[in-house]
Design a protein around this ligand. Structure first.
Ligand code: GLC
Length: 451
């Protein structure tokens, strides 16, 4: 079970509640200076390995570890005696990974040089001076070879603070064999229909769970909550004016009510309010669930006997269902390569060599073929081998047109903490959807005003 990110103010340091400690990350350099920790670093030279190579530590979630390790070995062999990259697995849950990095940055930078990290981190880490500005290296010409959205997500206040690795869009997975057995000829297009179909499949096949998704009090729960809200035509902030908070609307309330209805209707177990991607993936790949909301990465795991009891030909993928009066809406996710701006200059140069290698087309293609990660280089959406062998990529490529990004703001993690809390309380049935929306209206407005 993942650690509950906000499990109620346990101290993170002398006299600081964890929640407040995390919030300091959004408050910028002033807060860090008050703590007297961040803002320096880079004073000492690089760490060298026994062979005299510059050591570069790369950290990211281990979900595509086999490909990552293989590529690191290849890079190290090509740079023997010059650069040696070592891999450090980060927590799989993005909120836990964020908390760990935030703590390290606030304490002076830590020893991780290259971060494979969430798209939503760029603005906050950049605003605090913790990321290297890569605009000269990741130059305009090269940026033009990438999808626009992911490049925008690394652009903050005139700088470019990362290179897009993969992009992400929430998808509906379903057991095509069980749907066939129940006489359905395709996946549902609305949430209401999903509930009906899930119930039928549960009754016909005896499969334990109708639909599983991510409802934990963490970033994964935020993305899911926003998808429900967006699919009914609601939003958290006005997309045309991000200073206008719009979450207290009938559409947003309808979205959160639908999320709760999944549990009340019996298609989703109450435990969903503790589930991140990992638990939902386990439930679906173990063969215990008829439908699952997850990111494209899960498709590749269906081919891996060690992770899956079902096979890829039992897995269908479709756009997420629409709410009444709305349309399918996927959360936009993904990860970038960030370079620690507090690492010394020589190490940053070596780190760039590595990032530049990892982001070549050939490398992105391997992540697409072997880990079903959506490329960020546009040309790969025309690559026949990828389109033919990884159907989730062409489908998710289309879903990218209906994605809703999360706010690009140095205060995003503060908003996320509040959304995670309120969405989770509403999903667990502790408060009404209406209440969650009005609480959030106030809380997010305060954050926007302070920002
Ligand atoms: C995926 C997405 C990321 C999102 C996270 C939520 O890793 O790529 O953007 O924040 O899921 O759990």
């Amino acid at each position: 079970m993942p650690e509950n990110r906000l499990s109620g103010g346990e101290p993170a340091g002398p006299g600081i509640a964890r929640r407040d400690f995390l919030r300091l990350g959004g408050a910028g350099l002033a807060a860090a200076a008050t703590l007297g920790v961040a803002g320096c670093g880079g004073g000492s030279g690089p760490t060298e390995t026994e062979s005299g190579a510059i050591e570069v530590i790369y950290s990211t979630s281990p979900s595509a570890q086999a490909v990552i390790e293989d590529l690191i070995n290849q890079f190290n062999a090509d740079h023997e005696g010059e650069i040696e990259v070592s891999f450090r697995p980060a927590p799989t849950d993005t909120s836990n990974a964020f908390d760990l990095l935030l703590t390290q940055f606030q304490a002076g930078g830590g020893d991780i040089d290259v971060i494979g990290g969430d798209v939503i981190w760029a603005a906050q880490f950049a605003a605090n001076g913790w990321l290297a500005d890569l605009s000269d290296r990741f130059d305009e010409g090269t940026r033009g070879e990438y999808l626009e959205g992911p490049v925008e997500a690394v652009t903050y206040d005139g700088g470019v603070y990362g290179v897009p690795w993969f992009t992400d869009a929430g998808m509906l997975y379903y057991r095509s064999d069980l749907l066939d057995d129940s006489g359905f000829d395709g996946p549902p297009e609305t949430w209401d229909r999903l509930i009906e179909m899930a119930r039928t499949v549960q009754e016909d096949s005896g499969v334990e769970v109708g639909f599983i998704f991510q409802g934990a009090n963490s970033e994964s729960g935020v993305v899911n909550g926003l998808e429900y809200i967006n699919s009914f035509g609601g939003s958290a902030l006005d997309p045309d004016d991000p200073t206008s908070v719009t979450i207290d609307s009938p559409e947003a309330v309808a979205g959160l009510e639908m999320e709760r209805r999944m549990v009340e209707s019996g298609v989703t177990p109450q435990a969903v309010s503790t589930y991140t991607e990992e638990e939902s993936q386990a439930s679906f790949l173990n063969g215990n669930a008829a439908f699952c909301r997850n990111w494209p990465y899960m498709y590749a795991l269906g081919a891996d006997e060690a992770s899956s009891n079902i096979t890829q030909d039992q897995i269908g993928v479709a756009p997420l269902p629409a709410g009444e009066g709305g349309q399918s809406a996927s959360g936009l996710g993904g990860a970038n390569y960030y370079i620690n701006g507090l690492s010394d200059e020589e190490t940053q140069n070596a780190a760039w060599e590595f990032v530049s290698f990892m982001t070549q087309e050939a490398q992105q293609k391997r992540f697409a073929l072997e880990s079903s990660l959506l490329p960020t280089r546009s040309a790969l959406y025309e690559d026949r081998e990828i389109l033919d062998s990884v159907p989730v990529i062409s489908l998710a490529g289309e879903a990218l047109e209906n994605t809703v990004p999360r706010p690009v703001s140095p205060y995003y993690s503060d908003m996320s903490i509040d959304m995670a809390d309120q969405f989770n309380d509403s999903l667990a049935g502790n408060i009404s959807a209406d209440r969650a929306a009005s609480n959030l209206q106030e809380a997010i407005q305060t954050i926007v005003d302070q920002g």
